[in-house]
Design a protein around this ligand. Structure first.
Ligand code: INI
Length: 159
């Protein structure tokens, strides 16, 4: 068999988005790109709809614990994390990025729910903004990856 995700199953998916407030000039733009893409693929992105919930965390370091609670709730087929870690002069850049990425990967594997890694890691604010709407908006790509993974996971045989 060949297993592939579709982008046309979106009305059956329940999706949680976890967004970091740190660098919210950037993460707010990622969130709007993400919601725009989901809406244009048929997801009811109203947070009253029951199809999509949004949770805000202080920074990218906190993404994994909240993603874990949401992913293990059985309420969602896919979780999207959004954050922006900008090196700038931040000495603990590597710590924040490493904890966020390792944490998100392990939540995904432990819960079996795909958790999309939507954390921008850049040297400058300019580079982050370019990836969050000035040029492209990676929030859009993270939404597509979520739709593809949500669909793919439900097409795979159950254990
Ligand atoms: N959090 C980010 O999401 N991006 C950053 O660039 C960042 N920097 O530079 O420090 C950052 N730090 C906060 C961190 O994620 C936690 O919220 C904080 O350490 C409390 O646990």
């Amino acid at each position: 068999a060949t297993f592939e995700g579709r982008f046309t199953d979106s009305t059956n998916l329940r999706i949680a988005v976890v967004v970091a407030r740190f660098n919210d000039l950037v993460t707010g733009k990622l969130l709007s790109g993400c919601l725009d893409c989901l809406a244009r693929h048929g997801v009811d992105t109203s947070t009253e709809s029951g199809q999509l919930d949004v949770a805000w965390v202080p920074g990218s370091f906190e993404l994994p614990i909240v993603a874990q609670k949401l992913a293990s709730s059985s309420n969602y087929q896919v979780v999207i994390t959004l954050g922006a870690v900008i090196r700038g002069d931040t000495p603990h850049f590597d710590v924040v990025v490493s904890e966020a990425s390792k944490g998100i990967a392990s939540v995904s594997r432990e819960t079996g729910v795909p958790v999309i890694f939507g954390v921008l890691t850049t040297d400058t604010l300019q580079q982050a903004l370019e990836r969050a709407g000035i040029k492209s908006n990676l929030g859009w790509s993270y939404a597509l990856q979520a739709l593809e993974m949500g669909s793919l996971m439900s097409s795979l045989p159950s254990p």
